[in-house]
Design a protein around this ligand. Sequence first.
Ligand code: FRU
Length: 602
Amino acid sequence: MSLNFSSKKSLLAIALGLSLTVQGAENSVVVKHLANEQNIILLDSVKKFLLLPVQENAPEGKVNIIVNNEFQLEQNINIRLAREKVDYYVPLDLSAYQGKSISIDVTGMPASSLCWKEIKLSDMFDSSNRETYRPVYHHTPVYGWMNDPNGMFYKDGVYHLYFQYNPYGSMWGNMTWGHSTSTDLVHWTYEGTPIVPDAWGSIFSGSCVVDKDNTAGFGKNAVIAFYTSAKPSPWGDVQSQSMAYSLDNGKTFTKYEHNPILTSSERDFRDPKVFWYAPGKHWVMMLAVGQEMQIYSSGNLKEWKKKSSFGAMQGAHGGVWECPDLVELPVEGTKEKKWVLICNLNPGGPFGGSAAQYFVGSFDGKKFVNESPTQTKWLDWGKDNYATVTWSNAPAGRCIALGWMSNWQYANNVPTTQYRSTNTIARDLTLYRVGNELYLKSKPSPEIEKARVEKVDKSSFKVAGKYEIESLLRDNDGAYEIEMTIENAGASKMAFCLMNAKGEKVSMYYDVLRKQFAMDRSQSGAVDFSRDFPALTVAPVDNAEKIHLRLFVDRCSVEAFGENGRYAMTNLVFPSDTYNKMTFESDKKSFIVKSLKIYRLK
Ligand code: FRU
C-alpha cells in the first residue's frame, strides 16, 4: 500500500474530516509499506526538516536517510515513532539535501501506525518552551534527552559544556555530544551537536583537553575530545575509546583517523577523563572499567599505556563505576594539596540508584592511593547529582564541578516531555579537614550571585512552635535562592518547609541530637511517576547549633548547601505550582532565624 499526502489527497482528507497535515503543493511525502514492518518514505524536494512524531511509550523504530541508494548515516537513528498518539515532534535535519529528492528507510514500524499520517516536511521546528518545569538558571537542552556532562573545558573566557544528548526523543538513546557555551556558568547558549555517532558506535561520555604544546600534532591549542565509542551488537554494546580534535575552539570536531585508540575485551570500559600531569610531563587518562578505575599514561594523547587500577576493597560497590575524575585540590586553611578521585556509581548510592563517591589521597602520575580506605565518602547527600566531573583548564586554579541532576532510577520518567534532565548549578571544589579526615566541600560557584535580581530581607525572628512567612515568597516565579543563618535556642528539631497553596511541600529539618540535615520530598508534588522518587535524604553535619544554609530552588529542583558547601544535597521536585510560602517549626524549645534573605534569580 502506498499513501500519498500530496496536496490533492490532503484536501480530500480535510473534506472527509480526517486530520491530515497539508503539505505544500511542491512537496510530497509518499510512504510505501513493505513486508516485515519495513517502510520507505519518498520525499520530493525536501525542506529543512522532516518532523517526526514521537510516542514515548512506543517501541523504537529505526530510521536512516538514503540518497542515491546509499545510507547517509553510519548508524540508524532509533525513534519511538507514534503508533497511536503523538506526544511531540523531533526534527530530522535535512538541510544538506534541501530541494533534492531523497528516501527515508524506516524499519520496525507497522503500516497501521499513526506516524505515517503525521510526518511533515517543514522549514521550521518550533522549539519555544512548552514546559512549566523548565529551570530558569540551570542548563537544560532546548529539546530532547540529556544525561552526563561531557568534555567540559574553559578557553578564552568561555566555558564549554558538552553533554550526553538524544536529539531524537526525550528518553535515552542515539548518544551524541550536544554542546553549550557560557561566559558565567549560569546562562547557556546551545551550539549544536559537534560529535555524532559513527561506524564505531554512538558517542558516550568523556572529556576534552586543550593541547597547549601540540603534543598530539593536531595544532597548538587544539581542543581534543576523548569519548567512548559504544557499538551496538547482537551480544550487547562494545565499548572502546576514541578521540577527535577541534581547531575552532570546540565548535566542530574532526575524528581521529585511527580510532578507536584504546580497546579492551571488558564489557564496561568507558568515560575517559584526560588531564596533564605536570610533574611527570605526561597525560593521564582515567577510565571506568567494571567496578574499578584504570589509570593510563601517554605522551602524545594517541598511544596509551595502562599504569594501575584502583577500586578493589575501596568504597561502595553497589553498581558499576562510571565517569571518573582525578583532581588535585587545596586543603582549606593550609598550604597542603591532596588528590581526589571522583567515582560515580550506579546503582549503589546512599538513597538508592546513582550517586557520586570520592576518595582522598595521593597520586604520583601512575597510581592513586586512598588515604582513608575504611570510609565511604559521598559528594552529595541528595538523590539527584550524578556523573559529576570537573572543568578542564579552569581559570585561576579553580576546580569547578557539574553534575547531571537526575538519577537512573527514574530519569527517563520524570514529568517533562519537550526535554528531559537538567544539570546542577556549578560548584567549586576544595577540601576541608575534620579530625584526621579530609572531606570535599562543594560551594556554589560565585558566578551564581550575579544572577540575583532582587532581594528581600527579613530580620531576626524567633521560632517557638509554628511560624509562617508568605509575603516574601508570594510573587516568585519558582526560581530563587534562600540564604539563612539559624541559631539553636534549645530545640531538638529545627524544621522549615517550602510549600504551595495546594499543600505540596518540601520539608527540611535539622535533627540537633543526631547532627543531621534532612530533606523530605515525598509530598513535593508529582511523585508517583516512579516508586523510587518519594524520598527522605539525610546528610551528617558537624554542627547543628549554628547554621548557615543556602537553598537554590529552580522550578523542578532544590539544592541545599550547608556551611558553604561542607554538605550539599540535590533533589528534584515537581510541584504543580511554585512554592510560595515558607513555614518554620521548632520542637521543644526554640530557635532563632538570625537572618533570612530571598533572592530572585534570573
Ligand atoms: C553514566 C553513563 C556513562 C555512559 C553514559 C551513556 O550516566 O552510563 O557511563 O558513558 O552514561 O549515556
